[in-house]
Design a protein around this ligand. Structure first.
Ligand SMILES: [Zn+2]
Length: 459
């Protein structure tokens, strides 16, 4: 297969030859000159027709021999460190199949599936089940995350070693959704995972400081009469865990950092040379807590209810700077699908979380690229290379070079589109961006050379 006229990380147009799932050759584009009417991937038939050029010559396997990516930039397939696929147990919200379809449409070629399923992924048996579902139904690679404690209950360590030795080869452990708040257990988990180069990914939330918390603690929570979620509840755990990780010489990853204070602590830990990495979600890079009070969707709209909560403009600015300067290593979606009945209810009763896989790259373009804070090489580092490195995921996150696996996303940053949740591949629709116009569009995704998305649609 030949992917023509794409600009790797926004560079000069090239043709990428893919053979046996690998990038076999990269050459200057052979016919970069004449623009095709209708824009990228639209083919010679002109506007309104979708992609005659990439359809005209399919092989027997349904794979096109030539894909014209004119106008698109090529990035390494994105890797999510933090996805909730909900299977097993909540297949009404998402399944491995629909979640990975959603991922593919967002440009992802691998996702880490969080452990808070039912049953919890706290044994070799459950992580292998998720891993096999990924092999069978996945539109991207599925790497299970193992729970740190049995049942996410924070009382006793799960069988970390057995999960690491299983077919799923688990390297990331997290009780995400809950904090490992017991310092002794956290220390033991950090010690344990050293044996197989694992990492503990902490959901930093001191539970006593956030009892009944509903939104960011501040002026707006006061005005709305909603119980506040103080920044210190996150920052106190991050500070403690950085110290614990340093003490035992282990790897710590901080999930979904949301406050300016957290950024300062992580920056401090990194200057000490400690092995601490961190992620930020797209929504924490764009949205603020005043949306809970006033938004195009009205006030008290639970679409904005998320854990950790949306914070202030000053926090957003600090998170953007930290992602730009590398203090925060990774953008991770925290894709959290919920069925309508769990979300469209009164604020206090609504589930926390947002879907995010299909809008992540556009939100990052809006918040980071179009603001001049990050170039496409920076995006590739933070949305592909760094998450693959932290997750110890071989075969992903590599630069688009000859010999590398053909995990590629073609993305057209020049268009703006209105977010339409009814078009999502995810089973769930709980997006805060409904009706918003965001930049960019994923036009194609390739997993080891096989298209999972073509012309913006599932292949
Ligand atoms: Zn979490």
């Amino acid at each position: 297969m030949l992917i023509k006229n794409v600009r790797i990380l926004g560079g000069e147009p090239v043709d990428i030859l893919v053979e046996n799932g690998l990038i076999a050759e990269i050459t200057p584009a052979s016919d970069a000159g004449a623009p095709t009417p209708g824009g990228p991937l639209s083919g010679a038939a002109g506007p309104g027709s979708s992609g005659a050029s990439s359809r005209e010559s399919r092989t027997g396997a349904g794979v096109p021999e030539v894909v014209d990516g004119r106008g698109a930039i090529a990035l390494p397939g994105l890797v999510d460190l933090h996805t909730h696929l909900r299977e097993p147990g909540r297949e009404d919200a998402e399944t491995v199949q629909t979640g990975t379809q959603s991922a593919a449409r967002g440009g992802y070629t691998a996702v880490h599936a969080m452990a808070n399923t039912m049953p919890v992924a706290d044994t070799a048996g459950v992580v292998e089940q998720v891993w096999r579902l990924g092999q069978e139904f996945g539109h991207c690679d599925v790497q299970p995350v193992g729970a740190v404690t049995v049942g996410l209950e924070g009382r006793q360590l799960a069988e970390l070693g057995a999960m690491a030795d299983s077919a799923a080869r688990v390297r990331v452990f997290s009780d995400d959704g809950k904090c490992v708040d017991d310092a002794v257990l956290m220390r033991r988990a950090l010690e344990y995972v050293k044996a197989f180069d694992g990492v503990v990914a902490q959901h930093a939330q001191e539970p006593k400081l956030t009892k009944d918390a509903q939104m960011n603690e501040g002026v707006i929570s006061g005005r709305l009469g909603l119980a506040g979620w103080p920044a210190v509840a996150e920052e106190a755990i991050i500070a403690r865990d950085c110290l614990l990780a340093a003490h035992v010489g282990s790897r710590l990853h901080v999930c979904h950092v949301s406050t300016a204070g957290s950024v300062e602590i992580i920056r401090w830990a990194k200057t000490k040379g400690w092995n601490v990495t961190a992620e930020v979600t797209p929504h924490h890079l764009l949205l603020t807590d005043d949306l809970v009070e006033e938004s195009p969707n009205g006030s008290y709209n639970p679409i904005y209810k998320v854990n950790p909560p949306l914070r202030t403009r000053a926090d957003v600015e600090a998170l953007r700077s930290a992602l730009a300067d590398g203090t925060i290593d990774v953008v991770a979606t925290d894709h959290a699908p919920h069925p309508v009945e769990d979300k469209e209810t009164e604020w206090a009763a609504a589930a926390m979380g947002m879907v995010g896989l299909e809008t992540a790259l556009s939100v990052v373009q809006e918040a980071m690229v179009d603001t001049g804070l990050l170039d496409w090489a920076g995006v590739a580092e933070r949305m592909s290379a760094a998450p693959a490195r932290i997750g110890r995921l071989p075969g992903h996150g590599q630069p688009l070079e000859v010999g590398a696996p053909a995990n590629i996303v073609l993305y057209d940053p020049s268009v703006r589109t209105e977010v339409d949740p009814s078009a999502f591949a995810s089973k769930s629709r709980n997006t805060p961006y409904e009706g918003m116009t965001l930049p960019g569009r994923v036009v194609a995704t390739f997993l080891r050379g096989t298209p999972t998305v073509l012309e913006g649609k599932l292949a």
